[in-house]
Design a protein around this ligand. Structure first.
Ligand code: SF4
Length: 83
């Protein structure tokens, strides 16, 4: 099932543990040793928070990455939640 959702990555909170990478391969190590989001379809950088919107069937993987993050640096927000 295709879902519209955002992945929000707080790079200020990220500690480079990389538990997220093995759950969802869109997360990658950036040159500064912190996580970034690959495969970006648009997005914005504000105050070190990456917000990237996806429309696909991979929201479960993103949620697993969010749950695995020991510092809660990842949020997954679905936009169709109240339909
Ligand atoms: S699991 Fe969390 S702390 Fe670790 S790299 Fe990913 S976002 Fe950063």
């Amino acid at each position: 099932m295709t879902t519209d959702y955002q992945i929000r990555l707080d790079r200020d909170a990220c500690e480079g543990v990389f538990a997220c990478l093995v759950r969802d391969d869109r997360f990658a190590e950036a040159s500064d040793g912190l996580a970034t989001i690959g495969g970006r379809q648009g997005g914005s950088d504000e105050d070190d928070e990456l917000v990237v919107t996806f429309t696909d069937d991979r929201v479960a993987e993103a949620r697993q990455a969010a749950r695995a993050c020991p510092v809660d640096a990842i949020d997954v927000v679905t936009e169709a939640a109240d339909e």
